[in-house]
Design a protein around this ligand. Structure first.
Ligand code: NAD
Ligand code: UDX
Length: 464
């Protein structure tokens, strides 16, 4: 089966970069990324590639190369579905905010809408691919919807979860550790569909890195991978609190255990807490699934990863207040970094939002600097929490374009994202501009401590 036309529904952090790389690596395949969000599609089509809606190192260059050649962004979802041999569903699957499973289960309304739209529009056979992260057995629901039209169109449903991490998306897509494809490998049609997708990836990924499994294993592997990664962060963060009480240093502990080849060195960096759109959502979903099968111990085990993360964010903010003589009311606090990690403009579930909210509840005045996050986004993140009115957020929080402006006259600085540029700041200049004693809280273990203490900062770093 040769694939000529790919459609991807959802032009977000996964759909956009993933399809850009497929288009670059498979120049003979036409790739159309569609979305109902007109503003987002307009941004993807911005003649100035630096203004595409997602910031990822290396992405604008790829879009520049492929856009208009074999990569297209459009709001015409029906047309793209109609023309495609292969349809990726890459829409958002947030945590439910209503009804059964509220606050835990994945909200599958957007996935279902896609399936219904495909069923309504398709006139020729299609391979439909779950690219979004989904609860195990979602493919069965998709099959029900797609097969219920009775119009004779045949569908193959594959699971092809995405493992890219933001900030390194392009590199992860170009050189993935593995590509996972789940399909109905027990039938001939299922195997053909799997092969068709394998062939797309094999244009640039070595065959031995392309893993094929049954659909359920593939769906569950994605949730499992995120749960394991997040668990490592919560584990090291748990130890960071113990380090602070005992005189051990979390960086030294991380290094010592990471050199054990059975443990490995990655994902052992203590922080103010993990953020991002995936970890919390996917673990909550896993916990929910376990609960629906009455697996109480399994559910409780994984839930603890989230509870630990919430604790870490809260304890970082509480420690700031405590250190600053138990009050931050009326004090100016500069937050450096709002994104959930460096090299992305994504702020979903960023620890900075929760730390800022905690400090605002203590009546602090906040000034934020982030090299890639817009003022509009920062206010929208705070407004979404609903802790206070939009006006109150705009009164208490200022967003500025320079770290030096952020820190002028501040009582304290909190480093909440590990942007490289923060290491290179003129820390003496920042110190000179601040009120004394000048507090510096490093939530990322980004800064070298000795020189900061020599300058005169009251320096606090997580896990030290
Ligand atoms: P996103 O919110 O950035 O993008 C999703 C897009 O889908 C939005 O632009 C939305 O408008 C669009 N959409 C929703 N319903 C639609 C419909 N019916 N028709 C057309 N467009 C529609 O989300 P994302 O971060 O790209 O995540 C997408 C999925 O991939 C999620 O399931 C997520 O868990 C998973 N995932 C995300 C990452 C990541 O790093 N962000 C990594 C791996 C997997
Ligand atoms: C994650 C998974 O890594 C990726 O495979 C999946 O496809 C999507 O979810 P992402 O959320 O983009 O990717 O970034 P990741 O690098 O995993 O970081 C998640 C959060 O954990 C960030 O807030 C990061 O700062 C934090 N983190 C990560 C730590 O605090 N310490 C670490 O050692 C690693």
């Amino acid at each position: 089966m040769r694939i000529k036309n790919i459609c991807c529904i959802g032009a977000g952090y996964v759909g956009g970069p993933t399809m850009a790389v497929i288009a670059q690596k498979c120049p003979k395949v036409k790739v159309t990324v569609v979305d109902i969000n007109e503003k987002r599609i307009k941004q993807w089509n911005n003649p100035d590639v630096e203004k595409i809606p997602i910031y990822e190192p290396g992405l604008s260059e790829i879009v520049k190369e492929a856009r208009g050649r074999n990569l297209f962004f459009s709001t015409d979802v029906d047309k793209a579905i109609d023309e495609a041999d292969m349809i990726f569903i890459s829409v958002n699957t947030p945590t439910k905010t209503y009804g059964i499973g509220k606050g835990m289960a994945a909200d599958l309304r957007y996935i279902e809408l896609c399936a219904r739209q495909i069923a309504a529009v398709a006139k020729t056979d299609k391979i439909v691919i779950e690219k979004s992260t989904l609860p195990v057995r979602t493919a069965a629901a998709l099959r029900d919807i797609l097969d219920s039209t009775g119009n004779g169109v045949k569908y193959q449903i594959l699971s092809n979860p995405e493992f890219l991490a933001e900030g390194t998306a392009v590199e992860d897509l170009k050189n993935p550790d593995r590509v996972l494809i789940g399909g109905e490998i027990e039938t001939e049609e299922g195997r053909e569909a799997v092969d068709a997708l394998v062939n797309i990836y094999a244009s640039w990924v070595p065959r031995e890195k392309i893993l094929t499994t049954n659909v359920w294993s593939s769906e569950l592997s994605k949730l499992t991978a995120n749960a394991f990664l997040a668990q490592r962060v919560s584990s090291i963060n748990a130890m960071s609190e113990l380090c602070e009480k005992t005189g051990a240093d979390i960086n030294e502990v991380s290094k010592a255990i990471g050199m054990d080849s059975r443990i490995g060195s990655k994902f052992l960096k203590a922080s103010v807490g993990f953020g991002g759109s995936c970890f919390q959502k996917d673990i909550l979903n896993l916990v929910y699934i376990a609960r629906t099968f009455n697996l109480k111990e399994v559910a409780d085990y994984w839930e603890q990863v989230i509870l630990m993360n919430d604790h870490q964010k809260r304890r970082f903010a509480a420690n700031m207040v405590q250190t600053m003589y138990n009050t931050v009311a009326g004090k100016k606090i500069a937050i450096l970094g709002w994104a959930f990690k460096k090299d992305t403009n994504d702020t979903r579930e960023s620890a900075a939002i929760y730390v800022a909210d905690y400090l605002l509840n203590e009546q602090a005045e906040i000034v934020v600097y982030d090299p890639k996050v817009t003022e509009e986004q920062i206010y929208s993140d705070l407004d979404y929490l609903g802790s206070r009115s939009g006006d109150a957020n705009r009164q208490a929080v200022t967003v500025v374009d320079s770290p030096y402006e952020a820190c002028e006259g501040a009582h304290a600085i909190a480093v909440l994202t590990e942007w490289d540029e923060f290491k290179e700041l003129d820390w003496q200049k920042l110190y000179d501009q601040m009120l004394k004693p000048a507090f510096l809280f490093d939530g990322r273990r980004l800064l070298e401590s000795k020189s900061k203490k020599e300058i005169g900062f009251e320096f606090y770093a997580i896990g030290n």
